[in-house]
Design a protein around this ligand. Structure first.
Ligand SMILES: Nc1ncnc2c1ncn2[C@@H]1O[C@H](COP(=O)(O)OP(=O)(O)OP(=O)(O)O)[C@@H](O)[C@H]1O
Length: 367
């Protein structure tokens, strides 16, 4: 998808750069556009520039270069409280001396809203996050998850068109985190709110988002819906960062009819999809294969599959799946995942087997 200005763009980053020290760019020439109602997640390792992008959108940081637009209007010179953006941050604490209802009332009072309208909106927002009975309590009298729900209600109470969230679930335990992930996406979609969400948790990004922008080194490496990111990573960084991935290294021998012949470092030659632009005859490449696309049961290896010899190093029974570590073409960390079924063999360490995958599941990427 083109990321430059398009007619239905609601949030736009147009060639945005950011440097804190006047020397190093921590955000490099960022182009991104979101239509109204989209839930977009910025995902990436620590220091890749996600929070900086969110802070520029919120107005707490200014872009060194480029333009940020909301609804077609440049917001570079509009202060944060006039941008009409709701925010939920991990450490964006509720006011401890105020009750929950007073906390929610605050953004409405700032907007000079009358008492009866305020009360109605506070009730609706608290009911929405199932905290209607807690309006009279103070934050310290709530659990972490309840406080986070209130923070969400406070961000939504003035009905912003855009909500920014930075690791809002980071402090919660796994179960509550999963429940809140579901609640946040439901709320955002039901209310038609545009959301920009920052996390370094890939499962969270994949389960919650319409699209995910994968950041590394101040750049968006890939911007796609979750299934495309996982199934069709465009470069080695994304393949490695999203989900589990097997890598085999080698040299591109030739490319014929859209298929790259790659000679692996141990001599085996395999067919791959030439995905990355650097995949040219003579170039080194890293080949990416997802663990669940590899088959070892002879009668399940499909016609047209490429086969290689492998040695079993470790077999792990995980209940619903078997996770087996193999040595393949010099890589001792080659993982395969197989659904647990009565007709699937349980492999033993030391066993010599043959594995196979379809060429379209084998992606030649940058070295
Ligand atoms: N206020 C600041 N002053 C100077 N440098 C900063 C400032 N904030 C961030 N940086 C630097 O900018 C780079 C990007 O940081 P940023 O917080 O945007 O990354 P991030 O992807 O959100 O990381 P994390 O997941 O750890 O929050 C980092 O190298 C960081 O050290």
């Amino acid at each position: 998808m083109a990321d430059s200005a398009s007619n239905d763009a609601f949030v736009e980053f147009d060639r945005v750069q950011k440097s804190y020290d006047g020397e190093t760019l921590v955000v490099k020439d960022l182009n991104l556009s979101l239509p109204r109602g989209e839930f977009l997640t910025m995902l990436g390792p620590s220091g890749s520039g996600k929070t900086t992008c969110l802070m520029m959108l919120a107005g707490f940081e200014t872009a060194t270069h480029g333009d940020i637009r909301l609804g077609g209007t440049s917001i570079n010179n509009i202060p944060p409280h006039k941008r009409g953006i709701g925010m939920v941050f991990q450490n964006y604490a509720l006011f401890p001396h105020m009750t929950i209802a007073e906390n929610l009332s605050f953004p409405l009072e700032v907007r000079k809203m009358g008492k009866s309208e305020r009360e109605e909106k506070i009730k609706r927002a608290l009911d929405m996050v199932e905290m209607g009975a807690f309006g009279g309590r103070r934050p310290a009298q709530l659990s972490g998850g309840q406080q986070q729900r209130v923070a969400l209600a406070r961000a939504l109470v003035f009905e912003p068109e855009l909500v920014l969230m930075d690791e809002p679930l980071g402090a919660l335990d796994k179960q509550l985190r999963e429940k809140m992930q579901f609640e946040i996406t439901n709320l955002a979609h039901n209310l038609g709110i545009t959301t920009v969400y920052v996390t370094h948790d890939q499962t969270e990004a994949l389960t919650m988002s319409d699209r995910v922008a994968v950041f590394d080194d101040g750049r968006i490496q890939q911007l796609d819906p979750p299934d495309t990111l996982y199934e069709a990573p465009k470069n080695s960084f994304v393949a490695q960062f999203i989900g589990e991935n097997n890598t085999l290294e080698g040299i591109v021998k030739e490319i014929n009819n859209g298929v790259a012949l790659v000679q692996l470092d141990d001599g085996d030659i395999i067919d791959c999809m030439p995905v990355h632009e650097s995949v040219k005859p003579g170039a080194r490449t890293r080949v990416s294969i997802r663990p669940e696309r590899v088959e070892y049961n002879k009668d399940r290896i499909q016609e047209g599959a490429h086969t290689l010899k492998a040695e079993v190093k470790e077999f792990i029974y995980m209940g619903d799946i078997f996770r087996t570590r193999l040595s393949v073409a010099g890589n001792d960390e080659f993982i395969i995942k197989t659904r647990n079924a009565p007709d699937v063999d349980r492999l033993k360490p030391g066993q010599q087997i043959e594995i196979g995958w379809l060429p379209e599941d084998c992606r030649a990427l940058d070295a």
